[in-house]
Design a protein around this ligand. Structure first.
Ligand SMILES: [Fe+2]
Length: 265
């Protein structure tokens, strides 16, 4: 049954099986998102979230020091024609986590969102230009929200070389409920994640529609993405470094019962 569901789901297209499977998947993930949110609010919520974050579902902070300086030795891994993953060694990754999530930043994030977190997935990726003729390619970037996660799940993005022509990630604020028709649609209720290693953005991808753009020819969009799930204390998964090129883990609140973490001090 589960195998059949996954097989159908992988056959993207307009066929009837896919649509039915998608509806079943959406139904279960909606229950999962609401239920985990409810449980996390009871057990992990430290304080009410800040008013601005509650309204928009996104926040921006300036980092203490520029992140690009410690990313000089990453290894390139070509995930597909349009994306490079920049892998860090275990020690470099832990150095970066301690630098970004220093005590001051951890307190700021908790004050904004109301939670302490476990860092459950980490990737540095670089989007390349997609030719218009290749738009039917399965790697195409479409507006979406992250389904198989808690409504409280937070994603941290640190843009490393991104300006408006690099196809930045566009995040629609929480108040926008309709699926955006086009990336270029200019509305006030959205944020473009821009920066050169000096800013950190936090957003709730289960609630906010988001859409990666297409960098102009000759440009790329390189950024750090970290998945954070509410936790008793600030920590990170011990196997973060070995999963940098693997797909992002889904249903993390459930799987968190089975993996080891290291406390961030
Ligand atoms: Fe996403």
């Amino acid at each position: 049954m589960l195998y059949k569901l996954i097989k159908n789901f992988s056959l993207k297209g307009n066929n009837f099986n896919y649509k039915i499977t998608f509806l079943i998947f959406k139904f279960f993930t909606t229950i999962y998102s609401s239920l985990t949110c409810f449980i996390e609010n009871i057990f992990f919520k430290q304080n009410p979230s800040n008013k601005n974050f509650k309204q928009k579902g996104i926040f921006k902070q300036k980092l203490k020091s520029n992140i690009n300086e410690i990313l000089l030795h990453s290894d390139e891994y070509h995930l597909n024609e349009y994306m490079i993953v920049h892998k860090l060694k275990k020690s470099e990754l832990e150095q970066l986590i301690n630098l970004v999530f220093n005590k001051k930043m951890r307190n700021k994030i908790t004050k904004i969102t109301g939670f302490k977190y476990s860092l459950d997935y980490f990737r540095i990726y670089e989007n390349k230009h997609i030719k218009v003729s290749d738009y039917k390619n399965p790697t195409k970037r479409v507006p979406h929200f992250d389904k198989a996660f808690s409504r409280n799940m937070l994603k941290i993005f640190i843009p490393l070389n991104i300006e408006i022509n690099s196809g930045p990630l566009k995040v629609l604020h929480k108040s926008v409920k309709a699926r955006p028709k086009r990336y270029e649609t200019n509305i006030k209720e959205c944020s473009y994640l821009l920066g050169n290693g000096e800013f950190l953005y936090g957003m709730t991808p289960n609630i906010c529609w988001h859409h990666e753009g297409n960098p102009l020819k000759g440009k790329t969009a390189k950024q750090i993405m970290i998945q954070l799930n509410p936790s008793k204390h600030w920590c990170f998964r011990e196997d973060l470094h070995v999963r940098q090129t693997s797909p992002e883990n889904k249903f993390p609140s459930f799987y968190s019962l089975f993996f080891r973490t290291t406390k961030i001090i």
